[in-house]
Design a protein around this ligand. Structure first.
Ligand code: NAD
Length: 255
């Protein structure tokens, strides 16, 4: 299903657009005529831009590195719509073996929380009044799953950032919202499914069936399924919506 949007003349930046949800969202903005910039920390960002047939500029940058973000975004003059989508999903179970620090825990927080803040703070004076900021959070911003403390905490933090910025930027007419995807078929989500199946002693198919049965409308979503909600929130159709964390999850979580 695809709704028609028109973002001609709008400058859009999507982070984490070399694969998965970010790539699906970026491709939809490109089709809608946006002046698009896409960013990720991998060389795949150049291939993603090439696949958009010259409709997107690519930036390779690690968003957890504040000075690298400042340098990488220096030439961007204006961003009407900022989509903070880049994120890392990895298990971080309590183990009792690394109470003084866990590199994976710190990396997930550095990207999902600090990285989101680095990009937003770097660009904030180049987002005009009336601009839009969308953060990809997760249904795990509202619920939790054992073994994923850093990821779950980082996604709760994404909602906290979103609500704070919505208050802070409201006087400028900048709307800030989060989208909370449920299960979307991407590399990291399928790796997490495999991890959870192993730790719970079931099969991936069995766990997937459990997940689907918790949904009001059963089915694993695709990155392309996500795009319409981002474009709607970025459009004038969302003009009274700010400070919201909106589940796109086929009714798995209803709060
Ligand atoms: P993905 O791995 O396909 O996409 C992640 C993107 O973020 C990639 O482009 C990657 O290069 C980029 N990225 C990672 N670390 C980065 C860094 N340090 N600097 C810059 N870019 C970096 O995974 P995805 O599933 O599409 O995830 C996209 C977003 O959606 C993430 O924020 C994820 O937490 C969220 N999410 C995904 C699901 C799901 O089921 N797939 C569910 C809920 C939330």
């Amino acid at each position: 299903m695809s709704i028609s949007f028109d973002f001609r003349g709008k400058s859009v930046l999507v982070t984490g657009a070399s694969s998965g949800i970010g790539q699906g969202v970026a491709a939809a903005f490109a089709r809608a005529g946006a002046d698009l910039t896409i960013l990720s920390d991998t060389d795949g960002i150049h291939a993603a831009a090439a696949a958009m047939h010259g409709r997107a500029k690519a930036i390779k940058c690690d968003i957890s590195d504040a000075s690298a973000v400042t340098a990488a975004l220096a030439n961007i003059e204006r961003v009407d719509i900022l989509v903070n989508n880049a994120g890392l999903e990895k298990p971080t179970p309590l183990s009792g073996t690394n109470p003084n620090g866990d590199a994976t825990f710190e990396r997930v927080m550095a990207i999902n929380v600090n990285g989101t803040r680095n990009v937003t703070d770097t660009l904030i004076n180049r987002i005009p009044d009336g601009g839009r900021i969308i953060i990809t959070a997760s249904i795990w911003a509202k619920t939790a799953v054992g073994g994923f403390s850093a990821y779950v905490a980082s996604k709760h933090a994404n909602v906290g950032l979103m609500r704070t910025w919505a208050q802070e930027l409201g006087p400028r007419g900048i709307r800030v919202n989060a989208i909370c995807p449920g299960w979307v078929k991407t590399g990291p989500a399928m790796a997490s499914l495999s991890e959870l199946a192993t730790t719970s002693g079931t099969t991936e198919d069995g766990l997937l069936a459990d997940v689907m049965s918790a949904q009001a409308i059963h089915g694993l979503m695709t990155p392309e399924d996500m795009a319409d909600t981002y474009l709607f929130l970025a459009s004038d159709g969302g003009h009274n919506i700010t400070g919201q964390a909106i589940n796109v999850d086929r009714g798995e979580v209803m709060s």
